[in-house]
Design a protein. Structure first.
Length: 299
């Protein structure tokens, strides 16, 4: 495998293999996988060309099941609140990779009203264009404005990319293509009291707990987050979604803490992870929400 220079999708000694979508109790119910785009053979080819981004990571299967659940499963909270089913949905997915989650989201969009912005590094966007072309054409076939599914480059920490997307799509809806307010931010395997900003959905599989805990400690200072619950109507009891997976997997829903909008966000990752700036002070601090979930096995 040739490793392009300075490409985060090709870290040193990269050795990964295609994933198996049917590796747990609940993902076995996912029968809607497009093998040609997301199956093992497609992943193998994509990994050679796009590295890490070419693999479908396990947490993506959990997220797709949440987005398009089979009839026997109920989620709390559901992705789309039934009481707001008539409202416009505007979703941005971060680090979309091969595009499996975006493919599932596109299927629940209402053409002419809802919008999905799919993002990843510039060099990964061609993979997304290939894998999402058919569903994009299907969703947009009956509408005059071809903007239901949009693919854009967005690199982590790149303010120019973020500012461009914000200026192009968000703000008061009008004739220049803006969509209004963002309603959902989707993050799959990447490690926004009262409604405050978009709903943030994060699917996460534990890989290196000692390294990943610092993220959740800092995240909880700025965001309130809770595990999504699931109930199998054939069996009855509510439990944490992912509790029965082969590997420890979580699906969280989160919102920005209202008071945090007045806090100064630190300029370095080390300060951010240390809690600097949260609660309006420069002292180091942490949040124990994730730690308590692990210790208590809480639903």
């Amino acid at each position: 495998m040739v490793m392009p220079p300075s490409n985060p999708n090709f870290p040193k000694n990269l050795q990964i293999h295609p994933s198996n979508p049917r590796s747990s109790r609940y993902t076995n119910a996912n029968q809607d996988l497009d093998e040609e785009k997301f199956g093992p053979e497609a992943q193998e080819l994509a990994i050679r060309k796009y590295g890490i981004a070419g693999r479908v990571w396990e947490a993506a299967y959990a997220m797709t099941l949440y987005i398009q659940p089979p009839g026997n499963l109920a989620f709390d909270p559901p992705m789309i609140d039934a009481s707001r089913h008539a409202d416009r949905v505007v979703i941005i997915e971060l680090g979309s990779g091969a595009g499996l989650v975006a493919f599932s989201i596109a299927k629940i969009l209402k053409p002419g009203r809802d919008h999905l912005i799919v993002t990843d590094l510039p060099e990964v966007c061609p993979l997304l264009e290939d894998n999402l072309r058919s569903i994009k054409e299907e969703v947009e076939a009956t509408i005059p404005e071809k903007d239901a599914v949009i693919i854009r480059p967005l690199s982590w920490g790149n303010q120019d990319d973020a500012a461009f997307i914000a200026s192009q799509f968000f703000g008061q809806p009008n004739n220049d293509g803006r969509f209004g307010a963002l309603t959902h931010i989707i993050c799959s395997d990447l490690t926004g009291s009262g409604y405050c900003g978009p709903s943030i959905l994060i699917s996460y599989k534990i890989r290196s707990l000692s390294k990943e805990t610092a993220f959740w400690s800092a995240f909880g200072l700025w965001f309130e987050f809770y595990p999504v619950l699931v109930k199998d109507n054939d069996e009855g009891d509510w439990q944490r979604f992912g509790a029965n997976f082969d590997d420890t997997t979580f699906l969280f829903t989160a919102h920005r803490r209202p008071e945090s909008w007045s806090w100064v966000v630190p300029t370095t990752d080390s300060d951010l992870l240390a809690g600097v700036g949260s609660k309006g002070t420069d002292t180091k601090k942490y949040d124990d929400t994730f730690e308590n979930l692990l210790l208590m096995g809480v639903e």
